[in-house]
Design a protein around this ligand. Structure first.
Ligand code: IMP
Ligand code: MG
Length: 184
């Protein structure tokens, strides 16, 4: 374990074991819900934070599906959203008539996913849902909710299991609360 990274963590919020258990449960739930779907299913990962969660989640999804990725930038190196969303990578595949499931690391203000949902709506998918690892409902600004979430978390800045601060800590195997002195 990298000592320097560990020293920046105030406490572990979600352990490796808790992540494994809940993510598997979520994959099974999604599989049940879409078991009888007639239309194609496409999971859209929102880079980069989704990558660890999505890799684990998808191995518990048992229905046939496609995967694609989008990338947005709105955060810079701060810990609160700038509010403006810019798409830096768009989809490669057509989503018309398909069931879209966004895969996100954390739903915070909701600005990003609210924007992305509207952005894709004009391509006329059969449906759009959101699957997020963590939901921070206390910070919601945009009118958007998580159809699927594994953990509800308090208003603290968290890193690990894909989530970063200033592009670091994504490789921690757990979710931890970052010490405020690291970013203040
Ligand atoms: P929203 O648009 O405010 O919902 O922001 C969503 C994005 O902000 C997430 O996909 C994360 O990349 C980032 N984010 C929000 N809260 C945290 C956090 O506590 N740690 C790391 N990234 C976060
Ligand atoms: Mg993100």
């Amino acid at each position: 374990m990298n000592k320097a990274m560990e020293q920046d963590i105030e406490r572990i919020l979600i352990t490796k074991e808790e992540l494994e258990e809940k993510v598997a449960e979520l994959g099974r739930k999604i599989s049940e819900d879409y078991a009888d779907a007639k239309e194609d299913i496409v999971f859209i990962g929102v880079l980069k934070g989704c990558f660890v969660f999505m890799a684990d989640l998808m191995r518990h999804v048992t229905v046939p599906c496609c995967m694609d990725f989008m990338a947005v930038s709105s955060y810079g190196s701060g810990t609160t959203s700038s509010g403006a969303v810019e798409i830096t990578k768009d989809l490669r595949e057509d989503i018309g008539g398909k069931h879209v499931i966004f895969v996100e690391d954390i739903l915070d203000s909701g600005v990003t996913l609210h924007y992305l949902k509207q952005y894709l709506q004009v391509r006329e998918p059969a449906s759009i849902r959101i699957a997020t690892l963590m939901d921070k409902p206390s910070r919601r600004k945009a009118d958007v909710h998580a159809d699927y979430f594994a953990f509800e978390v308090p208003d603290a800045f968290v890193v690990g299991y894909g989530l970063d601060y200033d592009e670091k800590y994504r490789n921690l195997p757990y979710v931890g609360i970052l010490k405020p002195e690291v970013y203040s």
